[in-house]
Design a protein around this ligand. Structure first.
Ligand code: PMP
Length: 384
């Protein structure tokens, strides 16, 4: 089958698998124990930290390994509220629920400000500048690229603006890391990401914390992670994640070009074949692997089932929104109607996805289209 749900997760890449197996077989000791075997794991862990930091041009001290982006996002918002109880928190309307929900949980009254986005799916920098001009300061949380539309957000500009107005900036770079150049990201005060979006293991991620924020603590207990996050380090998964990022960095430029060409050809082909097709964020710079399509007929859940039966794994939007009522908050913020959102599917390719796969997906969409109007007479029964 053809996997087109890479923004939800990716399979372990060979480099990450090899690193995990080696570490789990040979370097499984607790890095904080006094034995020589443990001391070796401690050294390996610190090497992994330095290697990850080097990819970002950051210092090793700024890297906090954790369980993933949800944890990182939650901890940044909780930490900020602790050190600055009265200040404002500004987040965009299209952030991941792990930012939005934790921002809501940590703010009272008018402390939380939700930034609007343009119709294109890009956060309004004009609104951010206006807000900061009026009242300055606070925490700004902005994603580097959106998980549903792939639209790249103006985070470089946000770094400048936040510096100018003395605001603290958190970038949720979960969908960016492994797909786009890492340069410049570490200039933000906080950066979150996780391994499983770029060929690394699930349940493993990292947070970059700038040096001015040394009191950061995500989880209390032992002194692991330089007192920033207690708990025995998961060295095998950390080694695996770092190997995955090194591997994806080594091939990123070529992958970006190939993915982008194939995605653009796919969209051009479909736009010709299907009248009234809409592509969200099409006019903006997007992640080269992502396409958010609004089809003229058919519920997205039905499209997903039909395509799955033909061997194409796509998504209705974000996996994190599955089980929640209502259409995507991302599309709603862009002014997409609930009805259009229900006809929208998200396609997100892996680095290895080739043109043949995109082309056959386009053919399947065109073939299925005539049968998509009306009720679903043949619900898929999943046998466990
Ligand atoms: N932020 C963004 C932008 C994401 O796309 C995701 C994953 N869907 C997360 C945070 C959360 O990552 P995880 O589920 O690994 O904690």
């Amino acid at each position: 089958s053809h996997y087109f749900d890479a923004n939800a997760t990716t399979p372990l890449c060979p480099e990450a698998r090899a690193a995990w197996l080696e570490a789990t077989d040979q370097h499984w000791h607790n890095p904080s124990s006094p034995s020589r075997a443990s001391a070796r794991v401690h050294v390996l862990l610190e090497n992994a930290r330095a290697e990850l930091a080097a990819l970002f041009g950051a210092t090793a001290e700024s890297v906090v390994f954790n369980s993933g982006a949800t944890e990182g996002n939650r901890d940044v918002l909780a930490y900020w509220r602790r050190i600055s109880p009265e200040s404002r928190v500004i987040v965009s309307a299209i952030e991941h629920p792990s930012v939005l929900e934790n921002a809501r949980a940590n703010c009272v009254g008018g402390q939380l400000v939700i930034l609007p986005v343009e119709k294109s799916g890009c956060v309004s920098m004009k609104s951010l500048v206006e807000l900061l001009e009026k009242r300055g300061g606070g925490l700004v949380s902005l994603m580097a690229a959106n998980n549903e539309t792939g639209v790249i957000q103006p985070w470089q500009e946000a770094i400048e603006v936040c510096r100018q107005y003395r605001a603290t900036l958190h970038i949720d770079a979960t969908q960016w890391v492994g797909k786009e150049a890492l340069e410049g990201l570490a200039s933000a005060d906080f950066v979150t990401a996780c391994g499983h979006k770029f060929g690394g293991p699930k349940g493993t991620g990292f947070l970059l914390v700038s040096s001015g924020l040394s009191g950061f603590c995500g989880q209390r207990g032992g002194a692991q992670e330089n007192d920033h996050r207690a708990g025995t380090e998961n060295y095998p998964s950390i080694a695996s994640m770092v190997a995955a990022l090194q591997a994806s960095e080594a091939q990123r430029v070529g992958v970006q070009a190939d993915n982008g060409d194939a995605r653009d050809r796919f969209e051009a082909l479909l736009s010709k074949a299907i009248s009234d097709l809409k592509i969200w964020g099409a006019g903006e710079a997007r992640l080269s692997n992502t396409s958010s399509l609004c089809l003229p007929v058919g519920e997205n859940t039905r499209w997903v089932r039909r395509l799955d039966q033909r061997g194409f794994l796509v998504s209705t939007g974000s996996a994190c929104a599955t089980g929640k009522d209502g259409p995507s908050h991302v599309l709603a913020a862009m002014g997409v109607t609930a009805e259009e959102a229900r006809r929208t599917i998200r396609i997100s390719a892996l680095p290895s996805t080739n043109w043949e796969a995109w082309n056959s997906l386009a053919a399947a969409l065109v073939e299925l289209l005539p049968g998509m109007d009306g009720g679903d007479g043949n619900p898929l029964v999943i046998k466990l």
